[in-house]
Ligand binder design. Structure first.
Ligand SMILES: Nc1ncnc2c1ncn2[C@@H]1O[C@H](COP(=O)(O)OP(=O)(O)OP(=O)(O)O)[C@@H](O)[C@H]1O
Length: 484
């Protein structure tokens, strides 16, 4: 109630009417109702005031606009002003017999109309209703935007994250995907290189064709050639029928050569030839196969160094290099951790038809632990914890069952990680001289602060974590005067 009152009374209004006495009277009524009012006698001056306020970041909440203004005093001309106040509601002032004009104004986007002579109570009601409606709409828009940005653009790219690095990669993907330029992705293991390759394919003109992923390091060297090129029946012992290779399968689509740094030198020569000529012979065949593939390759090795050391062919490196995308270790972009957790937990809940959340301590631990295995390790840890969790909320004790480092930390520093979630510890620390209500409030404050700290002060996520509504959380923050 108090909040509403403060908001309402601090609204800023632009009043545009050339009748000075009327303007002054209206302004007086509105100021008495607690509004800030700026009055203008003509449309041009009003537009100037409007733009000035917008530019200063303190725009108007509502424009009240007469339509018969100088120089023409024609209401039809006044209608032209309406579209200048984009995103700000306008209430028009009309003569008492100007019903058609009022309807036209509404059609053009005006929020409402007030017929002259103006009744002060009616004016205040219309102003209050319009201002409040737009504030609510704005709040909804802000919340939606906040929700989106908290999750990180978890769009069709599937690349979750809010860090500058992740944003830049997303931008590169959208720009390079529609072209035919080869893309080379380098970065540590588990940082999303395959997701990036997939996203490039998904946004390219080849998206309805195959995306063939070849794990060059996982296929034994002696099999790599037949896997890539395919073979003809009888080409070698065991080749009892013709078999199409991965290169041919990728025709018209995207070929993703993962761990290309592991490709044996002999195979590198053959691959280079295919990339240069766009054709090859399957093993044991004389029939030339022509292919058209978009090449995306990835490695966690330092490929230029491998080139220097003679372990990777420089001509192949320059052929595949095209545009280079470099992914960062998760520890270098820790702000991606909360949105990644959110996305993985949402996915887990959807797949398992559960509604698991993370306790504030668990979230805190995830945010402050080192992740040498990067996003893959984070995801596996979260999914394992979710799988063994018995309640609605994953607790630190459950996490400790699958993370020996957490156990050790607790053994070395008893009570450190578990204190606020361990019932026994809490009971031992309880101060029975204080009333229950006071202690419950103290615990509530602790949990709110922990959730807010673990969620980078994001109220929506903290509320989700605590299992309450966002408004509920805000009420508690205000009630306890936490000023978060
Ligand atoms: N930004 C991200 N958004 C969502 N999921 C991600 C992100 N980064 C990585 N992952 C997930 O982490 C796991 C590992 O990602 P991926 O296989 O793409 O990494 P990689 O860099 O190719 O690893 P490697 O070098 O070991 O092949 C996958 O389950 C992937 O879905």
């Amino acid at each position: 109630m108090t909040n509403n009152f403060i908001k309402q009374t601090s609204a800023k209004l632009l009043l545009v009417d050339d009748e000075r006495a009327f303007c002054e009277l209206c302004a007086l009524w509105l100021e008495q109702a607690g509004y800030q009012v700026v009055s203008c006698g003509d449309g041009q001056q009003a537009e100037l005031e409007f733009l000035k306020a917008e530019a200063s970041g303190d725009g108007f909440d509502l424009v009240i606009h007469d339509l018969a203004l100088p120089p023409t005093f024609k209401p039809e001309d006044g209608l032209a002003y309406l579209k200048r106040y984009h995103n700000t509601p306008v209430v028009v002032l009309t003569g008492h017999d100007e019903r058609t004009l009022a309807l036209k104004a509404i059609e053009l986007g005006a929020e409402d109309f007030i017929a002259k002579p103006v009744d002060p109570d009616f004016l205040k009601i219309i102003v209050q209703r319009t201002v409040e409606k737009h504030r609510l709409m704005k709040q909804v828009q802000d919340l939606e935007a906040e929700l989106k940005s908290n999750q990180g653009p978890n769009d069709e790219l599937g690349l979750v994250g809010v860090s500058q690095g992740t944003h830049a990669i997303r931008e590169l993907i959208t720009r390079i995907a529609p072209t035919q330029v080869p893309v080379f992705i380098q970065g540590p293991s588990g940082t999303g290189k395959e997701i990036i390759a997939n996203a490039i394919h998904g946004l390219s003109g080849r998206s309805d064709q195959a995306f063939i992923s070849v794990h060059c390091g996982a296929i034994p060297a002696e099999l790599l050639e037949s896997e890539l090129f395919g073979y003809k029946k009888g080409a070698f012992t065991g080749a009892d029928k013709d078999r199409k290779g991965l290169l041919a399968m990728a025709d018209k689509g995207t070929l993703f050569l993962d761990e290309i740094g592991e490709m044996p030198l002999a195979m590198q020569v053959k691959l280079l030839r295919v990339l240069q000529e766009g054709s090859f012979y399957p093993v044991g065949s004389r029939d030339l196969v022509t292919i058209d593939v978009r090449l995306v390759s990835a490695t966690n090795r330092d490929l230029p160094l491998a080139v220097q050391q003679g372990e990777f062919r420089d001509d192949l490196y320059y052929r595949i290099k095209g545009l280079t995308i470099t992914t960062q270790r998760l520890d270098e972009r820790r702000e991606d951790i909360p949105p990644l957790l959110r996305a993985f937990l949402d996915r887990y809940n959807e797949q398992h038809n559960t509604q698991l959340t993370l306790s504030p301590e668990v979230l805190h631990w995830f945010n402050h632990t080192d992740w040498p295995g990067n996003v893959r390790e984070l995801k596996n840890t979260l999914e394992s914890a979710a799988a063994i969790s018995l309640g609605q909320q994953i607790t630190l004790q459950e996490l400790a069952l699958i993370r020996s480092d957490l156990m050790q930390e607790e053994a070395l520093n008893p009570g450190s990680s578990f204190s606020s979630s361990n019932g026994d510890a809490f009971a031992q620390n309880a101060d029975l001289s204080k009333p229950l209500e006071e202690q419950v409030s103290a615990l509530e404050i602790q949990l709110i602060q922990a959730a807010m700290a673990a969620n980078d002060n994001n109220k929506t996520r903290s509320a989700q974590q605590l299992g309450i509504t966002r408004q509920g959380l805000i009420n508690k923050i205000n009630r306890y005067g936490l000023g978060l």
